[in-house]
Write a protein that binds this ligand. Structure first.
Ligand SMILES: Cc1cc2nc3c(=O)[nH]c(=O)nc-3n(C[C@H](O)[C@H](O)[C@H](O)COP(=O)(O)O)c2cc1C
Length: 196
C-alpha cells in the first residue's frame, strides 16, 4: 500500500478532492491532506459541510491533516517519502505559484518538493476559459515533470449522476498513480461502453 498527499485548493470541484481521498483510504492507502483557506471555503460552499466534518466522514486521521501555513510540517521535506502528490482541485493561483517556484504555503512547497525529488505530481486544474498566462504556467509544469490532469469528465461512459462524473476524475487520478480501482469501467468492458 502507498502513501499519498492530497491537497485541496480554492478551485471549484472540491468533491473531486474529497472523492480521491475517499477512494485511496478505501483502497487501504495512507492519506495525508492539506486544504488551503480558499479550499476550505469552497468545500463548505459546494458540499454544505465544513472540511473538519469531512475529515471524520472520510476516516482521515487528524494528525495527517496539515496546516497550509506550517512550512515545517512533514510534507515540506524531501525526506518524507511519498508515492504521489496530488492537488485536486488546483486553482490557477496555485498553478501559478508552483510554476514560478514560489513555496508560499505547504501545498506549493510539497508540490515543488515532489518535482525536485522526481516523484509523481498530479495537478488537477479547474478553470475555463484559460488565459495565455494559465496555459504557459501549465506548460512549464508539464515540462518540469508534473502530470496535468484537467477536471474534464468524459461522457462516453454515459454518466447517470454527478457521482459518476466525480468518480471518473477520481478514477483517472488513481489510474495515473498506477492504482487499480473500480471507479469507472474501462472502455468497452461494460454494456454501456460497448454500445458505441
Ligand atoms: C466559490 C469559488 C469558486 C472558485 N472557483 C475557482 C476555479 O474554479 N478555478 C480557479 O482557478 N479559482 C477559483 N476560485 C478562486 C480561488 O479560490 C482563488 O484564486 C484563491 O486565491 C485560490 O487560492 P488557493 O490556491 O491557495 O486555494 C474560486 C473562488 C471561490 C470563492
Amino acid at each position: 500500500m502507498g502513501t499519498y498527499l492530497i491537497s485541496i485548493t480554492g478551485a471549484s470541484g472540491a468533491i473531486y478532492g474529497l472523492r480521491t481521498i475517499q477512494a485511496l483510504i478505501k483502497g487501504g492507502h495512507e492519506v495525508h491532506a492539506i486544504v488551503s483557506p480558499w479550499g476550505e471555503r469552497v468545500v463548505h460552499e459546494e458540499t454544505g459541510q465544513p472540511f473538519f466534518a469531512w475529515i471524520e466522514a472520510l476516516g482521515l486521521s487528524g494528525d495527517r491533516v496539515y496546516n497550509p501555513q506550517d512550512l515545517a510540517a512533514l510534507p515540506s521535506s524531501g525526506s518524507f517519502a511519498l508515492d504521489g502528490t496530488v492537488i485536486v482541485p488546483c486553482s490557477m493561483s496555485s498553478i501559478g505559484a508552483v510554476a514560478s517556484g514560489v513555496s508560499g504555503n505547504l501545498i506549493h512547497r510539497s508540490a515543488l518538493v515532489s518535482l525536485k525529488e522526481g516523484r509523481p505530481l498530479i495537478l488537477v486544474p479547474r478553470e475555463t476559459p484559460l488565459s495565455l498566462i494559465d496555459l504557459r504556467n501549465l506548460t512549464s509544469l508539464a515540462e518540469a515533470g508534473a502530470t496535468i490532469l484537467p477536471a474534464a469528465p468524459a461522457f462516453y461512459q454515459k454518466p447517470q449522476s454527478i457521482d459518476d462524473l466525480v468518480d471518473f476524475i477520481a478514477g483517472k487520478i488513481l489510474s495515473r498513480l498506477g492504482l487499480e480501482h473500480r471507479l469507472f469501467e474501462p472502455w468497452g468492458s461494460s454494456p454501456k461502453g460497448s454500445q458505441q
